[in-house]
Design a protein around this ligand. Structure first.
Ligand code: GDD
Ligand code: MN
Length: 395
């Protein structure tokens, strides 16, 4: 039976590079005669968006009437029934597909995987929560079709500097982050933080191995990673208030964003994860000193006070790393406890190793700061590597 997707044939098999051209045996399936290849894939990341998903699907169908589109919902194992809602939509329309990810979390990673699942010439990214204006997609596609533009960004700040959907704090934060991005990454966009854009799929395919799967800012990452400047165009839209569910943007994501900027400025020398790990480590030094002085005030003897203070600092480091640095591999329940034991044990080894190295260097070259720095570097590298490979290993 012909699996016909009713739509104006804007593209057909002749206009796309066929498999035979790529040196691969041609493939024909007569049961799909008359089928129009998809021109644009709409990627929709979801995390607990059950009520929004069917509304968005209906709005897309209306907004994209006459266009050969498909949608890929990428869900990070939501607990509210979002996956079931997506499966139901997918059974009702061959245009809609669902990708359920398990053991993974993160908007950027989910978006990237959705885009990589597309074989269409164009892909678009839009939020599931109806805050982005899906009626702009038609114009965004028209711009891409001209062939002169690589990425079309829907901007909140292009015409109206209005952010109706954002609170005052979010508004100021968003403007500051935009300013930073424009300065540091030389991106000539009014809204480089936009989560709503469309682009040539081939560009994502090319950059994918070098894109980060952490954080919220996939567009910024794409722009910063591309070796050649991408041809950009912005179209305005009005960011609406959320109807159902809640925003997942939190302090951790803001930190990740700053991490992304540093990572990109150092040419990916310093990863976001390492930066967060270092930041948490620095906070541990402060916790250690505070606890030590409090305990000494209580009359506790020094060696006991320092041992306790170090345990407190390690526990605080572990908890922060679990919530921030390794939030995508977060340990919960019993695994939280066993992870704490592992972390403490491994960090103690790192401590002994660091002390050993600095003592050795100090003996060879009695320069206290050199020996101290070398010991700290060995300690932090050991802790980072064992944390990433053991305590929070990817499962
Ligand atoms: N799969 C998956 N995994 N989806 C996620 C995750 C995740 O870890 N976190 C969030 N999402 C989904 C949400 O369900 C929603 O569809 C979309 O990603 C955006 O998340 P929100 O939490 O609603 O973000 P926001 O409204 O604060 O910010 C959005 O709009 C801004 C303006 O365009 C984001 O797209 C920002 O990146 C963007 O700057
Ligand atoms: Mn939102």
């Amino acid at each position: 039976m012909a699996r016909s997707l009713r739509s104006a044939p804007t593209l057909d098999n002749r206009t796309l590079p066929g498999p035979s051209e790529a040196g691969i045996a041609p493939f024909r399936d007569d049961s799909t005669a008359g089928f129009t290849p998809v021109e644009i894939t709409i990627v929709i990341p979801t995390l607990n968006e059950r009520d929004n998903v069917p509304i968005l699907a209906a709005r897309l169908a209306e907004a994209l009437e006459g266009i050969a589109w498909e949608a890929i919902f990428v869900d990070d194992d939501s607990r509210d029934g979002t996956v079931e809602a997506i499966r139901a939509l997918s059974r009702a329309s061959p245009r809609i597909r669902g990708l359920r990810r398990v053991h993974r979390r993160g908007l950027a990673g989910a978006s990237l995987e959705g885009m990589l699942a597309s074989s269409a010439p164009f892909v678009a990214l839009i939020d599931a929560d109806l805050q982005h204006d899906e009626t702009r997609l038609r114009e965004m596609l028209a711009i891409l079709r001209t062939g002169d533009i690589d990425v079309v960004v829907a901007s909140r700040y292009l015409d109206t500097p209005d952010t109706g959907g954002l609170t005052q704090v979010r508004h100021t934060g968003s403007r500051t982050a935009t300013w930073l991005a424009q300065r540091l990454l030389k991106a000539p966009l009014t809204d480089p933080m936009s989560g709503f854009f469309a682009m040539r799929r081939e560009v994502v395919d090319r950059l994918a191995p070098r894109l980060s799967d952490q954080g919220f800012k996939i567009l910024l990452d794409i722009l910063a990673t591309s070796p050649e400047p991408l041809r950009l165009r912005e179209v305005p839209y009005v960011f609406k208030a959320r109807l159902h569910g809640e925003s997942k943007l939190d302090a951790a994501i803001v930190l990740e964003y700053l991490g992304l900027i540093v990572a990109k400025l150092t040419g990916d020398l310093v990863s976001i994860r390492f930066l967060l790990f270092g930041l948490v480590g620095a906070s541990g030094v402060i916790v250690n000193l505070l606890a030590l002085s409090l305990l000494l005030d209580q009359g506790v003897t020094f060696s006991i006070a320092q041992t306790a203070a170090m345990l407190i600092a390690m526990t605080s480091n572990y908890t922060l790393n679990n919530a921030l640095t390794y939030r995508d591999r977060r340990r919960r329940g019993w695994r939280f406890v066993t992870g704490l034991l592992m972390f403490t044990a491994l960090c103690s080894v790192g401590l002994v190793g660091g002390v050993g190295v600095s003592t050795f260097i100090y003996r060879e070259q009695p320069e206290w700061w050199l020996a101290g720095l070398a010991g700290a570097a060995v300690g932090i590298m050991w802790n980072y590597i064992t944390s990433t490979a053991i305590t929070w290993r990817a499962r």
